[in-house]
Design a protein around this ligand. Sequence first.
Ligand code: GLU
Length: 278
Amino acid sequence: MYRTRFAPSPTGLLHLGHAYSAILAHDRATAAGGAFLLRIEDTDRARCRPAFEQAIYDDLHWLGLRWETPVLRQSDHLPDYEAALDRLIAMGLCYPCRCTRADIAAATAAPQEGAPHPPVYPGTCRARPMGDRQPGDAIRLDMARALALAGSALTFTESGPAHSGTHRLSDTHLPQTADDIVLSRKDIGPAYHLTVVVDDARQSITEVVRGDDLFDATPIHRLLQALLDLPTPAYHHHRLIRDATGKRLAKRDDARAISRYRAEGATPLDIRRIIGLA
Ligand code: GLU
């Protein structure tokens, strides 16, 4: 059965970009006779607020969306992400890292036009054994080793308008940059790439619907799924909602917050019309 999810972080008010993502996922679930799930990605306790979580429920409800309950809140499942991390550590794929952003910037050549941001990690701590882990260290994935173990013949399928087709990891940016992603942050513990693959499997998601800004994260997710023996959903990355200057909407764009439109008398159908999903 088709199952998809909307996975906001309660760090601000939902805006038109979130409305697009949530409504599109909900519509695709309805069309397929499947299920729409909600997941609250609230592992960053310093930035998440209960009021924003409540606003997510209120806004989505007002938009006419319905989801399975109970809602999965990541803060209720921290030991599961730690277990996934321990598994990758036991496979010899991780190392502790004490580099700050400033260290990484200093060790990396001056940023070039079009260079990835943040810069690719230069591998300063790669030779450190896990036994050397200190409180306050981040944990990184040794990408070259992970790819060698999982094999770069892995693929994922995408049905979004910009990248539709089957993508092989060896043809994506992943093997070229081999960036050693952070699996566990020094401040909050298990990081996004790890929690997202654990939870897409836990919620039996068959298709991930999300913005095009996360397309480049998908090879990383596919790799982690292979390493952790998790199933791989299909992917659908959608266009981004932009402001009048062409910039993608950010949490600080409160002018486009769903609650603001609602307060000014808009209807859910007006929102659908504005974002082109009526
Ligand atoms: N929590 C992520 C965000 O708010 C979404 C993650 C995802 O859909 O994979 O951008």
